[in-house]
Design a protein around this ligand. Sequence first.
Ligand code: NIG
Ligand code: FE
Length: 373
Amino acid sequence: MSLLIDRIGELVTHDGPPLEDAALVVEDGRVAWTGPARGAPAADDRIDADGAAVVPGFVDSHAHLVFAGDRAAEFAARMGGSPYTGGGIMTTVAATRAAGDDVLRSNTRRLVEEARRQGTTTIEIKSGYGLSVADEVRSLRVAGEFTAETTFLGAHVVPRGADPDEYVALVTGPMLNAVREHAKWIDVFCDRGAFTGEQAHEILTAGVAAGLLPRIHANQLGPGPGVRIAVELNAASADHCTHLSDADVDALAGGDTVATLLPGAEFSTRSPYPDARRLLDAGVTVALATDCNPGSSYTSSMPFCIALAVREMRMTPAEALWAATAGGARALRRDDVGHLRVGARAHLVILDAPSYLHLAYRPGVPLIQRVLP
Ligand code: NIG
Ligand code: FE
């Protein structure tokens, strides 16, 4: 079956500048042709975009969707002046452990569907609210029902009452062994109040030895060794990157690790935004993701993150769209999504707008008209 999407007002493929008055043909779920609407080949089916913009589906490379309960009261207290420390993670761990599989599954489904309605066609999902062998396994089983991009985050925090050394031994031993068949990635929260650089290095190295691919939460709450460890271990991505030294930026610029910025977290914790311009100007590959979780960033909206990146982080609209699509794909080491060049998966969004600029220009407005597939 082939499908022609024609009368596209503006088509963003990431193969050169956006095309005006364009068309795109899908065959067997892949992009088979793009070009001027006038030269488009015939196809079995047709969608008339009627002047709307078409962009690649968003790639949300960082989300914590498997949990129960919420922390609205914690958010309200923060807006009243309390700082974010990550201490609320154990509140969500308790609610998640107490929830049945069906509740975890339906909560995750609700968020995946919510994200999709906002144009997300690829999403990474982390565990990290179980923190016991059984609860991490079931979190990853649930995650795996919705995405191939599953991440083991047993090293989210040391559970209350546990000894840190014993917990690291559990994560790198029996827990890793039990989850390895259910996870593609391994992640560690390397920050104040979570795991040290040494622990993060040990945990990621153990994950790699077990066949998982490394990524990391780094330099969110303060400066630290996380970003440099990420580059040293050739992690696909270092996420947050809010507090970076010049040496961190140089390390990122010299390696293959993507800097994934999560402006929803700074918005929801009322923190200073990461310096995206400094990273981009140094030649670092930047991705944008939601960090969707009940504590620091309870949004599943990539358009919202694009708007924040443009307004608050001085990314251009073009840079922000690239980071939310191709950048996310790089952060997942994927080349089949995040762009619409011939051969890509036909994961795309028809906007309810004539240009992708509207994603930042019209914040908070539902601009997603249709999502494919
Ligand atoms: O990425 N920083 C660590 N983990 C999450 C927040 C988790 C929570 O507060 O529940 C984050 O921001
Ligand atoms: Fe996170």
